[in-house]
Design a binder for this molecule. Sequence first.
Ligand code: TGC
Ligand code: FAD
Length: 404
Amino acid sequence: MMKENGTGTVRSAKEDRYQHHDYYQLDELLSEDHLLAREAVRDWVKKEVSPIIEDYANRAECPHHLFKGLAEIGAFGPSLPAEYGGGGMDEIAYGVIMQELERGDSGIRSMASVQGSLVMYPIYKFGSEAQKQKYLPKLGSGEYIGCFGLTEPDHGSNPGGMVTNIKDDGDAYILNGAKMWITNSPVADIAVVWAKDEEGKIRGMVVEKDMKGFSAPEIHGKWSLRASITGELVFEDVRVPKENVFPEIRGLKGPLSCLSKARYGIAWGAIGAALDCYDSALRYSKEREQFGKPIGQFQLTQKKLAEMITEITKAQLLTWRLGTLANEGRATPAQISMAKRNNVNMALEIAREARQIHGGMGITNEYPIMRHMMNLETVLTYEGTHDIHLLITGMDVTGLNAFK
Ligand code: TGC
Ligand code: FAD
């Protein structure tokens, strides 16, 4: 769809003209399966996400109807075993899928991150066989929506201080407390919840939406991640059967190991948002004319674009290597922190530069830039803030802990 704006011809971003950018021919490092998975997700995003996402973000509404489609393209737990509802692929396939989803919108990638890495993964990793059989197939097929409750109103960066708690009551535990900022909670069928037992040890459990005393009110007023629904989890004497509690895992390493899985996906995903901003800015710089020539001919515009593709290429290399380490089971939490922090910050800076290249048009929803930029403010904060990940790297290289 062409649009005349009086000073030249500019295309509407709702017609998704995205083309992949691979400056260092890194696609040669991907397998046929990775490329096929990526293409399938890219096609799906162009068909199902791009035409509607600006409207949903504008109305601050979550396109729930995409859950089934996400399941069909294998976006839930791509690297989890197929017999447990996952995709049976490797960690790089998981990464390229997250990248394509976030190229569409961080909120769509969030849907997949939470479902696959924060709900299916802990049930797969820590659940009893009965819990796996009961929940994983329904989560993998999108029949159930899940959410992950770790953050509390007074305990965000420091989840170890949580006050949500369980007390033994025969064949059940009585759960009390509240969780805050929980992606998908108002629409979730089940919540993976982390709470302290009477010894102060963190335990994980599956809470079902119909359990008495459990509610999940929506949080309104977000300027970021507007096409994703966020809410609280409130527990008032909720009776959680013991069979719903993960049998073995104790301590913060339970939820933190789920976060490692999701942070890895975000490291890949953020590159998708950066690529979309770069792609739009590059095209705009060739189509938009000022002073009688395309703005892409000005050195200052070229500097912006050259630095963008340089940073994207560095992030692609970092993340590909992280993926090979993850495939070998050797990616450390600190390495994942470095990639999450670097890539999200890189994407946010690229969004800001891309907005400048689009001039005034960059602030409108004719282009995806402001939506990505606002989304990335959340991505910079959730799954561990920018500064928390810096301190994780600092701790890793010095051996000295800034948190204690
Ligand atoms: P600390 O004493 O360092 O560690 C406790 C235990 O956990 C182990 N551990 C990890 N294990 C696996 N993966 C990781 N990434 C791990 N990090 C630490 C650690 O070895 C230890 O094990 P053990 O056996 O000795 O008990 O814990 P700490 O209390 O000092 O906290 C450290 C800190 C600050 C790094 C941690 O609390 C942290 O990462 N804070 C950030 C919180 C966060 O990321 N929250 C995210 C909430 S979920 C979310 O945002 C979802 S958004 C979803 C979406 O929409 O996409
Ligand atoms: P705080 O921890 O209060 O941090 C405020 C500031 O203080 C930050 O800049 C932080 O870096 C800084 N700070 C804190 N401690 C230190 C320190 N030791 N040294 C230096 N600086 C420090 N959580 C879930 O459990 N499940 C979800 O599904 C989920 N989804 C989310 C969706 C959205 C849209 C958002 C915004 C958040 C979501 N979160 C979720 C919560 C998210 O993980 C937290 O917001 C995040 O961990 C930060 O916690 P906080 O907001 O309480 O900030």
